[in-house]
Design a protein around this ligand. Structure first.
Ligand SMILES: Cc1cc2nc3c(=O)[nH]c(=O)nc-3n(C[C@H](O)[C@H](O)[C@H](O)COP(=O)(O)O)c2cc1C
Length: 235
């Protein structure tokens, strides 16, 4: 079987309890102080990565990559460019979620060809259909190729779905986390990409980051959210 085909036969949702997932979501909070001595176990971490891998993406093009930064020296360097990420840098695991840039998501780019030919293994006729949809979608519907920024914002949106799934899976395992946008994108990209060579800055930008580990203290403030009436309108 192709390495790209995900085995789904064992998936059975009939015995799952909705309370379990809701409890995990209530447990999740933006952790402000991680215990640096508590390390996430291999199986728990693997499940968080699997949640990322199984994330749906527009047209199934998976335009993201996870950079898991465990190197302490690199984390120290990163602190300079992130007012909001300092606490997260202490956590067991730290991830930069990269999103692909415009050149990467053109239909005839090597990356999209890899997705279409090898990963999705689309037959020729379906590929033609895809190409037509993609052209319309990117040029007329969402105008994702209008600018470098529009393209990166579009791939970053996919990266944020990845982020959400990782946070939820972590909470389901009793693991704390914090999504992180509190950093200077250009300076961080210059450090991780240009200086340290951890990714090619022509191909990727940093969409968002996240820290995973275990809380060193309980949340300082109660969780607040708008009421359902404020959020939902049924027409
Ligand atoms: C995309 C995103 C970026 C965030 N960036 C930061 C950050 O840089 N630093 C931080 O301490 N919290 C950050 N947060 C946490 C939010 O402030 C927090 O999720 C929000 O206040 C709701 O609180 P709760 O997650 O505890 O329910 C971020 C959250 C999201 C979703």
């Amino acid at each position: 079987m192709s390495q790209y085909i995900v085995e789904t036969k064992q998936a059975n949702v009939s015995n799952l309890k909705r309370e379990d997932l809701l409890n995990a979501m209530l447990y999740r909070h933006a952790c402000k102080k991680f215990d640096p001595t508590k390390i996430i176990g291999h199986e728990d971490w693997s499940a968080i990565l699997e949640a990322a891998r199984l994330t749906p993406t527009s047209l199934g093009f998976e335009p993201f990559k996870l950079l898991v930064i465990q190197n302490k020296e690199i984390r120290q360097r990163m602190a300079e460019f992130g007012w909001g990420i300092q606490a997260g840098l202490e956590a067991s695991h730290f991830v930069a979620i990269l999103a692909r840039k415009k050149q990467e998501i053109q239909f005839d780019s090597p990356y999209i060809r890899h997705m279409v030919d090898e990963v999705k293994q689309l037959p020729e006729d379906i590929q033609d259909l895809y190409k037509g949809f993609y052209k319309r979608f990117t040029e007329e519907d969402y105008k994702t190729f209008e600018s470098e920024r529009a393209a990166f914002d579009w791939t970053s949106k996919q990266a944020y779905i990845v982020l959400g799934n990782m946070l939820t899976m972590a909470a389901y395992e009793g693991i704390d986390s914090c999504p992180l946008e509190g950093f200077h994108q250009d300076n961080m990209t210059a450090l991780l990409g240009d200086e340290l060579g951890l990714f090619d800055t022509k191909e990727f930008g940093i969409a968002v980051m996240a820290a995973f580990g275990y809380r060193a203290e309980e949340p300082r403030r109660p969780k607040t959210r708008r009421t359902m009436d404020e959020i939902v309108e049924i027409i």
